[in-house]
Design a binder for this molecule. Sequence first.
Ligand code: C5J
Length: 222
Amino acid sequence: MATVIKAEPYDLPFDPRTTALIIIDMQRDFLEPGGFGAMLGNDVSLLRGAIEPCEAVLEAARRHGLLVLHTREGHSPDMSDCPPTKQARGALECGIGDAGPMGRILVRGEPGHDIIPELYPMAGEPVIDKPGKGAFHATDLELKLRNRGIKTLIVCGVTTEVCVNTTVREANDRGFECVVVSDATGSYFPEFQRVGLEMIKAQGGIFGWVAPSDAVIAALNA
Ligand code: C5J
């Protein structure tokens, strides 16, 4: 049964049976005080505002039986899946692969790489470990979505202008329709949050749609 999400730039028709929720990179190193993001001088409260709306969308998606997927940005301990250019970028004293405040930064298996407890995956929910910013790059995400007949993605997570935008653009090019949940996404930079959402819905929804969590939840409950 098709219903609509009250979204911008216009209502998005969707079928819950072919819709998945994807939560991007809600990892301790990005969101928690004392993590990598905070160590770089960022105000993590700007990202933490996304947690509650994200929890509400996650609860609704689970209750309605949607496929729920989580992603984590990170690398294998030997760093063989990390481009040297990525590792070098920023010329940080303590960067990706180095020992950080919550273990080696963005390395799989380290505490900081894991998902925050508030949004922890349930058994059976796929966790996509991605070495890039986009969740389709060098992962089996597309295969998993196609095998389940997924056509529409509800997208939450961080950061809006980096991994959320990159993933939505990848998804859009592959023919998926994406709605980004405005208050369930976050950026360390308020201007990037605003513009990151604007870019999705500009020009008649060039990359997709944007809607607040209450509109997405209302549509799921309809
Ligand atoms: C994400 C980043 N997840 N900002 N990563 O957006 O480096």
